[in-house]
Design a protein around this ligand. Sequence first.
Ligand code: BMX
Ligand code: ZN
Length: 330
Amino acid sequence: MSLFIGCDLGGTNIKAGLVDLQAGNVILAKSSPTHGQNSPEDVMRRMADLINEIILTGGYTNNEIMAVGVSAPGLLDLDTGHTLFITNLAGHWINVPLEKTLRDILHLPVFILNDVRAITLGEHTFGAGRGTTNMACLAIGTGIGGGIIVNGQLELGIQGQAGELGHITIDINGPRCACGNNGCVEAFAAAPAIANYGVKAVQQGQVTLIGDLADYDLNKITPKLIAEAAQHEDEIASQIWEDVGHYIGTAVANTIVTFNPTRIVISGGVASAGELLLKPIRETIKKRVFLVPLDEIEVIQGELGNEAGILGMAKWASLRYEAEFPSQSH
Ligand code: BMX
Ligand code: ZN
């Protein structure tokens, strides 16, 4: 068995799993709260604790683990192993030596990667992207992250920043995005923006099930609730998904003309809206892409759900481990 650990540092929770890469499954997974308001040292210490706990619970020792892959939701410098900027954590983790700190505590090889590049690798290796040579992935959650597979490999660009598909401009006069640009698809179609369309409809007194389902508590309005309303044929909710699909579809159309992927995988919590979201994305690319043949291109939902990142990070750890220690990998 070749055992790797995948770990995802999220704004709310740290998740980690022990992965059998040959079988492509998560043997054991655990999570603990991030406490993102605490210092990076404290958060990293708790990440290491969680990883050690998994090794112990599985009945293994460090020696049986090949390497650990750690993902984080932001900009990371893969050359130095430092974080550059993580929006959702206190102090934004500017220049935190994530890779080295965890290596020193765990006494294991540790490799870092952006969270959605990890999901992309997971879906490509084990999930909805299996068998493709060129693929794109967008994960729609608190933000919209992305990743691309070009000629069978995760495309990294300088330091690992290639594939930020959530920051494709879809409206040059659009609202401000957390990244500093105006009009990114993330500003139009990430979970907070989607919830906000529902909130606005209720505030304006429009006739919609969204208000009823939320007991008129605006804080209860989420993409999931808006999907539920749309499943009950609510017109306002259905229109919200049409619009959101149109926004994301525009970014997907731009991605298609950039490198002609044959599969686009939509992942992240919001992807559970399923066809409500996928259908308008497909319609939008038909309306917008003329120079690339569309008959070979599929837009589908991710298959691995919450496990995509863990599996992807285990795979990433194995790829980097082979590159760094070629003689020990076989
Ligand atoms: C942002 C961007 C991506 C990240 C995505 C994750 C930053 C700090 N992060 O678009 O690198 O992958 O968020 O989204 O610019 P989340 O839903 O996991 O928060
Ligand atoms: Zn942006």
